[in-house]
Ligand binder design. Structure first.
Ligand SMILES: NC(=O)c1ccc[n+]([C@@H]2O[C@H](COP(=O)([O-])OP(=O)(O)OC[C@H]3O[C@@H](n4cnc5c(N)ncnc54)[C@H](OP(=O)(O)O)[C@@H]3O)[C@@H](O)[C@H]2O)c1
Length: 242
């Protein structure tokens, strides 16, 4: 019997990452990556195992090459590495006139440096015909006030993913970007003023916040065999927001 392929979901204990991990568990053994929140990652693993899947949690710092390598190595113990999804990220609402070196460096490490290092490690280690997906944000094109660094990092990530798609295409590895709009996660609720969340929930054609599962379905399709001919794409998963 051929071994089930493995998938790494960096940020797999997070709001969107947890839904992505659960959805990928239908076709992969899943490595759920976390940084600070072992409990949330453990709950995702328990849910997957409870549904008959295979999953393990791995605590690593995805802003370092060594941390990402450790997650990929742990996944390879579950099965041949086919899929890597980067769901790591963070944002705040600093005005451009209040930016400091510390704010820029923090956002850079979490949002862009970790995505670039993930593209590098996954590009080297994912099997031929594999899948790489990175999460951007609708902010990358909406350019909301107080999000200058986040917008810059997500726009950079989108460009880098398209370059990676070109370089890895000869091995039939696809690299795609998913751009969620406002999505109902604990981090959105704890970081954002309720009035702003209310406005966000009315700003798309569907007039509601996205759910983590809305995003996970798009990621799952991009990682499926059916999506072989889609690479270097940036897919809006926003309920229609422009
Ligand atoms: N929610 C939204 O409205 C929204 C909209 C557009 C785009 N996005 C993007 O979607 C992604 C997930 O967002 P979310 O709302 O699900 O947020 P979240 O729940 O806070 O998820 C972020 C994840 O990143 C992980 N992480 C942070 N720093 C890390 C590090 N140094 N090493 C490894 N992992 C690290 C966190 O792990 P620990 O908790 O274990 O530390 C967490 O699992 C992010 O890229 C975000 O920019 C979200």
């Amino acid at each position: 019997m051929t071994a089930r392929p493995s998938a790494v979901v960096l940020g797999g204990g997070g709001g969107i990452g947890a839904a992505v991990a659960s959805s990928l568990a239908e076709s992969h053994a899943v490595l759920v990556g976390y940084h600070r929140n072992a409990e949330r990652a453990g709950a995702v693993v328990d849910k997957i195992i409870g549904s008959g899947g295979t999953a393990v949690a791995c605590g690593t710092d995805a802003t370092t090459g060594a941390g990402i390598d450790a997650a990929l190595t742990a996944a390879e113990e579950l099965g041949p590495l086919r899929t890597v999804v980067h769901c790591v990220g963070a944002w705040d609402y600093t005005r451009v006139t209040d930016l400091t070196e510390a704010v820029i460096d923090r956002d850079y490490r979490i949002n862009l440096r970790s995505a670039l290092l993930t593209l590098a490690a996954a590009g080297n280690r994912v099997a031929d015909h594999g899948r790489i997906v990175v999460l951007s944000s609708a902010a990358a094109y909406l350019a909301p006030a107080r999000q200058s660094v986040y917008v810059a990092m997500k726009a950079g990530l989108e460009g880098a993913a398209r370059v990676a798609a070109k370089e890895l295409g000869r091995r039939s590895i696809t690299v795609n970007v998913v751009r969620p709009g406002a999505t109902d996660t604990e981090t959105l609720r704890s970081s954002t003023d309720p009035r702003a969340i209310d406005a966000m929930s009315k700003s798309n054609t569907a007039r509601r916040l996205g759910t983590p599962e809305d995003i996970a379905r798009v990621v799952a399709w991009l990682t499926s065999a059916e999506a072989q001919w889609v690479t270097g794409a940036t897919v809006d998963a926003t309920g229609g927001l422009w």
